[in-house]
Structures are given as structure tokens and as C-alpha cells.
Design a protein. Structure first.
Length: 201
């Protein structure tokens, strides 16, 4: 089974991913894959350089993400082109890795996808699991974690799909309104229900 793990900013998705890794369950992180597929020598990298030119490269030939970001921020057409190159490469690599893990005998694979619902990627997974935090707690945690003012934190939260909206879309909702230990307890309970306890290493 491929499980799509998602959440919102400061809801605890990264902590949940760490829990699964600690319990021997493969985690495929969409953000990490997105960085890997644009490394020199990769097909997506070649396409980006062919389209944007060598001026978006550092001296060591790696992508200058800041410069590329400035270009696409001001140009919708170029942003769409970049997404058209990168997104399929990310999806392909995630599918490939998931198949390898399943073929190797892992009963579960976690796909950690922050924008699972926004990017309409639910077709890639068998089940969606949402790490859920109440909006007021989410705001408080983000302010404490990143040192933001309430206004700064709210603007970042509001740039995402509301967590309560994601809650309606998810197959499984994992509450994370307390401590890390309580989240781990909730995750262990869910794993126990989802498969036999003795298969957890």
C-alpha cells in the first residue's frame, strides 16, 4: 500500500515522517525528490538549461535557485514551463522508488507530499493520511518555531489550502494537538490498526 502523507505548515508532518522512518517504513519525500531531479546530468536539468539558458547556473553548473525563482516569479509563462518540466519528473521518480520498495517486500511506503490535495496527486497513492492541527494551535506553533509575528504567520498559513478543508478530503486524520510523544502514540495506534504489530521493526 502506498500512503500519501500530508499536512499544513507547522502541523507536524515532518515529525510524522521521522516516526515512519524510525520504524523501518520507507518515506519518499517529494521536496527531496524535487531537488534531486534537477541535479546536473538529470533529464529535467537538461531541459531547464535548454529553456532558461546557462545564466541560471552557478559556477559549478548547479541551478541557481534564487535567480530561477526571480525569473519565474515575474513570468507566469516561464513558471508554467518550469512546472511542466519538473513536476512530471518528480512524479515519475516517486513512482519508481515506491515500486522498488514494494517489490523489495515492504508492505507500506509513505509518500510525503506537502501539496497532495492542492496538486491533485491523490491518484498516486492508495490512501491519504493528514497530520491535523487545530488552526489556533497551528498559528501558535508557527510563531514559536520561526519567530514570526501573528501577521507574518497568518499570511503563510493563508497561502495554503485551509487545514480544515484538507481534513474533509483525507481518508485518515491523525490529530496532533498535543506533544510529540502523543503524536507518536497516535501514529503507532494507527499503524497497529493498519497492519500486524509484529511486522513493525
Amino acid at each position: 500500500m502506498i500512503i500519501g502523507l500530508t499536512g499544513g505548515i507547522a502541523t507536524g508532518k515532518t515529525t510524522a515522517s521521522l516516526f515512519f522512518s524510525e520504524h523501518g517504513i520507507p518515506v519518499i519525500d517529494a521536496d527531496i525528490i524535487a531537488r534531486e531531479v534537477v541535479m546536473p546530468g538529470k533529464e529535467a536539468y537538461e531541459k531547464i538549461v535548454a529553456f532558461f539558458g546557462t545564466e541560471i547556473l552557478h559556477a559549478d553548473k548547479t541551478l541557481n535557485r534564487v535567480q530561477l525563482g526571480e525569473i519565474i516569479f515575474n513570468d507566469t509563462e516561464k513558471r508554467l514551463m518550469l512546472n511542466k518540466i519538473v513536476h512530471p519528473a518528480v512524479r515519475l521518480e516517486m513512482k519508481k522508488q515506491a515500486e522498488q520498495y514494494l517489490n523489495a517486500g515492504h508492505p507500506f511506503v509513505i509518500m510525503d507530499i506537502p501539496l497532495l490535495f492542492e496538486s491533485k496527486l491523490t491518484h498516486m497513492v492508495d490512501q491519504t493520511w493528514l497530520i491535523y492541527t487545530k488552526p489556533d494551535i497551528q498559528l501558535k506553533r508557527l510563531m514559536e518555531r520561526d519567530g514570526y509575528s501573528e501577521k507574518q504567520a497568518l499570511s503563510r498559513i493563508q497561502s495554503q489550502m485551509p487545514i480544515d478543508e484538507k481534513k474533509k478530503l483525507a481518508d485518515i486524520v491523525i490529530e496532533n494537538n498535543g506533544t510529540k510523544a502523543q503524536l507518536y502514540e497516535n501514529l503507532m495506534s494507527l499503524l497497529t490498526k493498519t497492519r500486524k504489530t509484529d511486522s513493525i521493526k
